[in-house]
Design a protein around this ligand. Structure first.
Ligand code: SF4
Length: 319
């Protein structure tokens, strides 16, 4: 692997311009991701200080000098980990996010400052489409066998992996499958799903061009909220999905998704109306469609949020 701190041309001249370093970083990241999808999970951690900038480009803000997908398998099986998350949350971390029943009104702590690093989401800088699809297929197969939550695994009809485009610019993250989702095997196909479809139509979005997934993949009985243990068990799968898809935008539907993804305890009301950052993706938080079914007056807030998101994505909407 070439020395990356300083770039030398054929004449032995050194070019350490940011442009060349950024270009090399892109190429190297593509190469690493290809190796990762092929099964490579670790690199020797012997990068010296002169390479620190590049290693930061290749990893998430909260990782050390490792591949973007340092292997961490949520179910601790020996299964090969394809496109594993950069950082799988510990039980303690996930326990910091309290569960929610779509009640979004309590925490008045000040909002977390939004720091959004510049990220290049051009196709040339992303994992090739076929590799993303292949990695998602492997992950879906792995999840379908998961029995970490014995209560859920024993009662589910099937796991609900998620659906959509492997190269989606926008990923919606919901909470958990309901009865209809458990029966059909797709997220958001019940009444809340019909409302989400209306929201998508109003935003000129189509399901086949986005990706929809849930925070956990099995239906909690009686549609109860996921327990902290279930979130801890399952969130790593969603992290891996997001790692593979590499979306430019993420929309968290409801406080369970928002608090889990953003690792915060803040109320949904505090998290709305601003863009957050998740591993380079821009994150917007809004209400869950199930909450809107019970609280129709909140629909106007969702519309405000979606207009904000669409504007950022360059989609023109009528008022
Ligand atoms: S909820 Fe997730 S971790 Fe728990 S059994 Fe289902 S797939 Fe496995």
């Amino acid at each position: 692997m070439p020395e990356v701190g300083n770039l030398s041309n054929n004449q032995g001249e050194t070019d350490s311009s940011p442009l060349n370093q950024a270009h090399l970083a892109k190429l190297l990241e593509q190469h690493l991701r290809s190796l990762q999808v092929a099964g490579l999970t670790h690199l020797p951690k012997n990068l010296d200080e002169s390479n620190l900038d590049l290693s930061q480009l290749l990893t998430s803000p909260d990782t050390t000098a490792s591949l973007p997908a340092t292997a961490t398998n949520p179910d601790n099986s020996s299964t090969k980990n394809y496109a594993a998350p950069q950082h799988t949350r510990s039980a303690n971390e996930i326990n910091e996010a309290p569960q929610s029943n779509y009640n979004e009104t309590t925490n008045n702590a000040p909002a977390t400052p939004t720091i959004i690093p510049p990220t290049d989401f051009s196709e040339s800088n992303r994992l090739p489409l076929e590799q993303r699809q292949a990695a998602l297929n492997v992950l879906q197969s792995e999840i379908s066998q998961c029995t970490k939550c014995s209560d859920l695994a024993g009662q589910r009809t099937q796991t609900v992996f998620g659906v959509g485009a492997p190269n989606a610019r926008l990923v919606f993250v919901g909470e958990a499958p309901g009865a209809d989702e458990d029966r059909i095997g797709e997220p958001f196909v019940g009444e809340a799903g019909k409302l989400l479809d209306k929201i998508l139509t109003a935003c000129k979005l189509e399901r086949e061009n986005i990706f929809i997934l849930n925070t956990i993949k099995c239906r909690p009985p009686q549609n109860r909220n996921p327990s902290q243990n279930e979130l801890s068990n399952c969130w790593g799968y969603a992290e891996r999905q997001l790692e593979i898809i590499q979306p430019e935008f993420i929309c968290c539907l409801g406080s369970v998704a928002a608090r889990t993804l953003l690792k915060t305890t803040q109320s949904l009301g505090k998290l709305r109306k601003q863009f957050h950052s998740y591993r380079g993706s821009r994150v917007l938080v809004t209400y869950h469609p199930a909450y809107l079914l019970r609280t129709p007056s909140a629909k106007r807030h969702v519309w405000e949020d979606m207009k904000m998101l669409m504007k950022e994505m360059g989609v023109e909407l009528s008022n």
